[in-house]
Write a protein that binds this ligand. Structure first.
Ligand SMILES: [Zn+2]
Length: 163
């Protein structure tokens, strides 16, 4: 037969057979020491359970981990930090445009475009953290918008130069 302390521990964990269970129950009705042990152990178990339950695990935890792993894998594949690259390209283009003598009248437009670009980059970085494929779409859109702006700026400059 198992030692009574061992039996009580198993009793608390609900790991006893019906016969063993009855044996423990009969014993703790007669032995104050063991009754106290049962009470202490079950209180401890309850506390652990309550503590465990009080730790909130978000429902989308698994998804969050999966997406962050995916993100890291993707980052590992292409080590170029795209928001920085595209941001630099935009800055260089804007700097060249601003420095050209024809640019003065276009400054307002350029600063507006710059703001839009920065906002797009901000959104893009946020999306990158959530959905990598969406991020690629946003970058594609930003590049398209950039091309359109550069083309329309050129047209504007050329028109003004002719006048
Ligand atoms: Zn006892």
């Amino acid at each position: 037969m198992k030692h009574m302390e061992e039996m009580i521990s198993a009793y608390i964990d609900d790991e006893l057979t019906d016969a063993e269970r009855r044996l423990v129950e009969t014993h703790i009705n007669k032995c104050k020491e063991c009754k106290k042990l049962v009470e202490d152990l079950s209180m401890m178990k309850n506390q652990v359970f309550t503590t465990y339950q009080s730790i909130e695990i978000p429902d989308n935890m698994e998804q969050y981990f999966l997406s962050s792993i995916e993100q890291k894998t993707q980052r590992g594949k292409n080590k170029i930090p795209w928001p920085i690259v595209i941001g630099s390209v935009i800055l260089i283009i804007l700097a060249v445009l601003c420095l050209s003598p024809l640019a003065t009248f276009g400054v307002g437009l350029i600063s507006l475009l710059f703001t839009i670009m920065m906002r797009l980059l901000q959104v893009a970085s946020t999306f990158m953290a959530v959905v990598p494929s969406l991020f690629i779409g946003v970058i594609g859109f930003a590049v398209l918008l950039l091309l359109i702006s550069v083309l329309s700026l050129r047209r504007l400059f050329l028109t003004k130069a002719i006048e």
